[in-house]
Design a protein. Structure first.
Length: 401
């Protein structure tokens, strides 16, 4: 036992993947409710990395790997952005040789190593009864693995891409959309002053929700998303026409980081380095779109080139404090997780479906890819959202399918 006096039981919380506003409110909600119900709460530091790197010796300093949570600790962080437990993109089932913790290197020396046996022993060392991972489909897919190994898991979806299957909403999405709209509108003043195209690259590896929703809300004239390979010729033609009809002579396009040209069969990557989930870091499609817009614009603008303002929003939409929804939903998700634990139900993902809080079997996380239904919600000819009747639609329209 690691200096944790067991009462009703011990609940562990971890946050994995990219940070988003709303993680600290979720940690706070879980902790306060759990403590009042008679549980001890342990915060695992740095996501799955903390679970891998624990040294099972009561005399060893594991403060970099876990912390006992109290109301005082979580109240201080509960209104802030990011995650005070920190995060990582560690995948315990596929740890590269050079990332294996020092104390395990003699046992695990393959190029890729499955450290799940160590994770299970570490959970037992901490006397963990229930584990609540908060993350996207990568982080939660390993939660599915532990569920199959017999660990009692209740998962909470988090990702600004909003692409975890089984739920309409993931923590971080509302703040991402809110910031995208706000920052795009701020950049309009410069685009209008110089009569330029405004190209804004936003998050979205496989799903285009974070480009589609702001465009629907009026932040941009057009958007290009990962689900549909777009033509630069067509995009240029549309943006020139949009600019011509705008009294301030500018037009705006939101570009998902995972969007692809119709004549190139891959996404644009910053470099070839991959994380443990096999993902290369995206970035640069906005730069390419900007370059091609300048090259092609004379063809549709009576021989005159149109210059471009190019901005990658990146971490600006995931830093800082959560908005209203990302303060309320994490509180509800945390309490939903505790409701399930109190009734003895595990192996679940807490969800928000059609405006109602619910839960699904955790294996839904790995059952399919959640992406935009192009046929229903994206006009491939006009490169913008389709919206007709809003009656009986859920809050975020196209995220429920």
């Amino acid at each position: 036992m690691a200096n944790i006096k067991k009462k009703r039981g011990v609940i562990a919380i971890l946050t994995g993947g990219g940070d988003v506003p709303g993680l600290n409110p979720a940690i706070r909600a879980i902790t306060i409710r759990a403590l009042r119900e008679g549980y001890n709460v342990v915060g695992i530091r740095r996501g799955w990395a903390g679970m891998v790197e624990i040294v099972r010796d009561k005399k060893h300093d594991n403060s970099n790997n876990f912390i006992e949570l109290t109301e005082n600790i979580v109240n201080r962080a509960g209104r802030t952005g990011g995650t005070f437990l920190h995060s990582s993109r560690t995948r315990p089932s596929k740890v590269p040789k050079d990332a294996v913790p020092t104390h395990l290197k003699s046992t695990y020396n393959n190029e890729l190593n499955d450290l799940t046996p160590e994770v299970l022993k570490n959970l037992d060392f901490l006397n963990i009864d229930y584990l609540i991972p908060i993350g996207g489909d990568d982080t939660l897919s390993y939660g599915v693995r532990l569920h199959k190994e017999g660990m009692k898991i209740v998962a909470i979806p988090k990702t600004m891409d909003n692409d975890v299957p089984g739920t309409d909403y993931c923590i971080g999405f509302s703040t991402c959309v809110t910031r995208t709209i706000e920052l795009t509108h701020k950049l309009r003043t410069t685009a209008g002053s110089h009569e330029r195209f405004l190209v804004i690259e936003v998050f979205g590896r496989y799903a285009g929700f974070s480009a589609l929703l702001p465009t629907m809300a009026g932040a941009a004239n057009r958007c290009v998303i990962p689900e549909y390979k777009f033509s630069m010729e067509r995009l240029t033609e549309l943006l020139v026409a949009d600019r011509y009809t705008n009294p301030s002579k500018y037009s705006v396009v939101l570009v998902s980081e995972g969007a692809m040209f119709d004549d190139i069969d891959q996404m644009v990557y910053k470099n070839e380095e991959k994380d443990m989930f096999g993902h290369k870091k995206l970035g640069g499609i906005g730069d390419l779109v900007s370059t091609k817009l300048k090259e092609l614009s004379p063809k549709y603008n009576k021989g005159k080139r149109i210059n471009v303002i190019n901005q990658r929003l990146g971490y600006l939409v995931r830093c800082g404090n959560p908005d209203a929804l990302d303060s309320i939903v994490p509180m509800a998700f945390g309490n939903l997780a505790l409701d399930l634990i109190l009734e003895g139900t595990t192996g679940r993902l807490v969800t928000l479906k059609n405006g109602r809080y619910d839960n699904q079997h955790i294996e839904i996380v790995t059952s399919y890819k959640k992406v935009v239904d192009v046929h229903k919600y994206y006009n491939t000819e006009r490169l913008r959202p389709v919206y007709k009747s809003f009656e009986s639609k859920p809050l975020f329209i196209m995220t429920s399918d």
